[in-house]
Design a protein around this ligand. Structure first.
Ligand SMILES: [Zn+2]
Length: 338
C-alpha cells in the first residue's frame, strides 16, 4: 500500500490519486488553493462580515457542542470579536460528561446563554440504527441535528446569522474529495424517505431552508492550529479533552465506536483524516503524524467495548447485526504504514 509523501493519506482513500512524485491530488489542490494564503487579509475580511451581520441582527447564533472547534468559536466570538451571541447546542443522545462540563464552563466563564435542542429520541436512535445498518457508519443524523439546532434557535430568536466551527472548506478540512460528507442529500438518500416531515423536524434542515440563513465558518478565515487552540482553551475556559487524551470529538461518548466502524469500512478512521489535514496545513511534522497515527489508528482497531455497548443499548441493535455490517472490505491501512 502506498501513502502520500506529504499528508500520509493511504492510496485506498476514495478518489485519491498519487502522482509520479508520490504526492496526492488533495495536497496538490491544497497548494493551489492555500499556497499563498494571507491570514491578515482573511481575518480583516472576517471582521467586515461580522460587522455587517451585527448591524442586521442584535445577536448572532453560534452552534456549539463542547468539542474543540466550536468551543474556540464561542471563545473568539465573545472575547476577541466582542459579539453578542447565543449558543445553540444539539443533545444528540450520546453527549459526553466532558462536553457537558466544557459547555457549562464556557457559559459561566464567558457569560454566554446556551440553548440545548432536544429532539425526539425514539426517532433519533432509530435513525442512527438505520443509518449504521445501511451504510456501516452512523454520524450523519447527528451532524444534521447539530446544524439543525442553529436554525431552530435562530428562528426562535429571529436571527438569520449562524457562526460555526465546521472545518469544511478550511485549510484543515478532513472530509476531502467528497468522502464521508454529512449533508442533507446523503441523509435523505439513505433514510429520509422512511420518516415523515414531522418526525424529522428537529433533526434535519432541507437545503432550501438553509438558504434563508447566513452561515459563517471561522476556520475558513483563521489559522486553525488545534494544539494551539487547546492550550488557549484549557488556560482560559478550563476546557478538557477526554480522559483517554482524545482531543477530537470530545462531544461524543461513542466517537470511538464511530471510528472503529469507519476503520472497518474504509481501512482508516477520522483520526487519520484529521492528522493528514493537520500535516498538510503544516501544524504537525511528519514524525509527529506517524506517532499520532500509530497511537490513534491502532487505538480504534480493537472494539471499543464501552462505546459499542452504549450504542447497542440505545439503538436496540444486536451484537450480531454489528458483526454483519456492510463494507468490511479494507484491511487497516495502519498495518502497512512504513
Ligand atoms: Zn497528500
Amino acid at each position: 500500500m502506498k501513502f502520500c509523501k506529504k499528508c500520509l493519506l493511504p492510496e485506498t482513500y476514495p478518489k485519491m490519486k498519487l502522482n509520479s512524485a508520490g504526492y496526492c491530488n488533495v495536497c496538490i489542490e491544497y497548494e493551489r488553493k492555500f499556497g499563498d494564503f494571507d491570514f491578515e487579509k482573511s481575518e480583516s475580511e472576517l471582521r467586515k462580515i461580522l460587522e455587517k451581520e451585527t448591524a442586521k441582527n442584535n445577536k448572532l447564533i453560534v452552534t456549539c457542542s463542547g468539542g474543540i472547534d466550536s468551543s474556540y468559536v464561542l471563545y473568539l466570538c465573545k472575547t476577541k470579536y466582542k459579539l453578542n451571541i447565543i449558543g445553540a447546542n444539539f443533545d444528540h443522545g450520546f453527549q459526553s460528561e466532558t462536553a457537558k462540563q466544557n459547555l457549562s464552563n464556557l457559559s459561566k466563564i464567558l457569560n454566554i446563554g446556551i440553548t440545548t435542542v432536544k429532539p425526539d429520541y425514539r426517532i433519533l436512535y432509530r435513525l442512527y440504527r438505520d443509518f449504521l445498518l445501511r451504510t456501516g457508519d452512523f454520524c450523519t443524523p447527528c451532524c444534521q441535528g447539530c446544524c439543525r439546532s442553529g436554525f431552530v434557535v435562530g428562528d426562535n430568536n429571529n436571527i438569520q446569522t449562524i457562526i460555526h466551527g465546521g472545518v469544511s472548506g478550511s485549510r484543515v478540512e478532513f472530509n476531502v474529495l467528497g468522502m464521508y460528507k454529512h449533508h442533507y442529500e446523503r441523509f435523505m438518500k439513505v433514510v429520509g424517505n422512511d420518516y415523515s416531515f414531522e418526525e424529522l423536524q428537529d433533526i434535519v434542515t432541507p437545503t432550501d431552508e438553509i438558504k434563508r440563513f447566513n452561515l459563517i465558518s471561522l476556520p475558513q478565515y483563521l489559522n486553525w492550529d488545534v494544539r494551539k487552540i487547546m492550550r488557549i482553551l484549557s488556560k482560559e475556559v478550563n476546557w478538557k479533552a477526554m480522559s483517554n487524551g482524545r482531543i477530537w470529538h470530545v462531544d461524543c461518548m461513542i466517537a470511538d465506536a464511530a471510528d472503529h466502524f469507519l476503520q472497518r469500512k474504509f481501512g482508516f478512521s477520522r483520526h487519520w483524516m484529521s492528522i493528514s489535514a493537520n500535516l498538510r496545513a503544516g501544524f504537525i511534522s511528519i514524525e509527529e503524524a506517524r506517532t499520532m497515527l500509530n497511537d490513534q489508528e491502532e487505538g480504534v482497531r480493537e472494539e471499543p467495548k464501552e462505546a459499542i455497548d452504549a450504542l447497542l443499548k440505545k439503538t436496540g441493535l444486536e451484537r450480531k447485526e454489528i458483526n454483519e455490517l456492510p463494507f468490511f472490505n479494507s484491511e487497516p491501512a495502519i498495518k502497512f504504514l512504513p
